[in-house]
Design a protein around this ligand. Structure first.
Ligand code: ZN
Length: 147
């Protein structure tokens, strides 16, 4: 079990005094994020989303990159335009292909980031702690222990 998986054990080995305000009431960002974030999914009325405290939002992990719903938007817009205009299909198709190639290049860069850079950022985030008093985030492993 690593220090980030069990904060109570980790706190005795790390210097968790806030380097900004000197307060000793800090928690791992991972724990604050998980405690302050709830996924919402209701069945009676179709509602989905995330309910999150402000501190949990500040302690969020680094986001993965990607075009996500932009693909749906471009493809959907093209299909709708084709239906609405009929003859636009042949004129707009080369533009559509160029846009799709550009999006494919961008998406491949995002995937490379997610595969190579994001794991490093996420590992750094998992080491971060947050001060409950001033909300400063810090890595207790990078501060010389004063105890
Ligand atoms: Zn502080």
């Amino acid at each position: 079990m690593t220090a980030t998986e069990n904060p109570s054990i980790a706190k005795s080995k790390l210097n968790t005094v806030c380097p900004q305000c000197g307060d000793n009431n800090s928690q791992p960002c991972l724990a604050v994020y998980n405690a302050g974030t709830a996924n919402i999914a209701t069945a009676s009325v179709i509602t989905t989303g995330v309910q999150q405290t402000k501190l949990a939002a500040q302690c969020a992990p680094p986001p993965l990159r990607g075009l996500g719903k932009a693909w749906d938007g471009v493809i959907g817009s093209y299909i709708v335009l084709c239906f609405l205009t009929g003859g636009l299909l042949l004129i707009a198709f080369p533009i559509f292909v160029i846009v799709m190639i550009g999006m494919g290049v961008a998406e491949s860069k995002h995937r490379a980031f997610n595969r190579i850079e994001w794991p490093k950022l996420n590992a750094a985030w998992e080491r971060m702690w947050v001060c409950q008093k001033c909300h400063h985030q810090f890595d207790p492993g990078n501060i010389p222990c004063q105890n």
